[in-house]
Design a protein around this ligand. Sequence first.
Ligand code: BTN
Length: 260
Amino acid sequence: MIDEQQLRQRLACLPLGEFRFFRSVGSTNDEALLWAASGAPDLSLVYAEEQTAGRGRGGRRWFTPAGTALAFSLVLHPSPGAEPPVSFFSAVGALAVCETLRAHGLDAEIKWPNDVLIRRRKVCGILSEAIWSGSTLESVVLGIGVNIRKEAVPPAEFLNFPATSVDGETVKRADRLALLVEMLAALIYWREHMTASFFLQTWEQRLAFRGEEVEVSLDTGERRVGVLDGLTREGGLRLRAAQGQTFTVHFGEVRLRPLL
Ligand code: BTN
């Protein structure tokens, strides 16, 4: 188990905002959203060893059994002047997790928009939720869940995509605390470089299924098939249809699967 004292000490070297630790909580995103609404400083962190009502995208549940995963949410405020598309905040999370896992020799990739896969199985999910004041973006809550132990992977009937864990992909048992600190350091780095051209380039390089035919399900229920080409400047997904014409799918509108 990771305890609060231990984590506080390890986080001292990072330029985070404030920190809230829970042994068990409903959802770290819910806590962070409430905190953001009452003035949490930039880069404030909510961490939980267990979530009892973890939320995934599309209203799905997210499982975080005690001591088996990493579940945390960060409150991010947009930097004055720089206005990257909101979708770039989730990409910061995806890149941070992906690059950390790659530094440990794992072949991690990003399944657009922001799941992290290892060998085509999902190891991390990201739920980012924006708080607006009219048309002004006040803050983004970036919620990240990483399966570390094999027990963190939910039973197959709850999965909408094949899943794995870090331990399931390595010989050595992963050090959860070390991985968390590395992921947070990477997150701070990528957040600082959100507007750099290499941000989009690295995100694109890490895309899973590039050059492969995939099916995207739009919010409308419509399904489209195309070869995954890359990203638009706004972080949308660029695909090429059979007749050669390209089309773009915008953030958050799709489920993406390789065609078998
Ligand atoms: C998904 O892939 O559907 C997104 C999963 C996001 C899970 C994380 S765990 C920490 C944070 N708290 C939540 O309730 N959800 C996110």
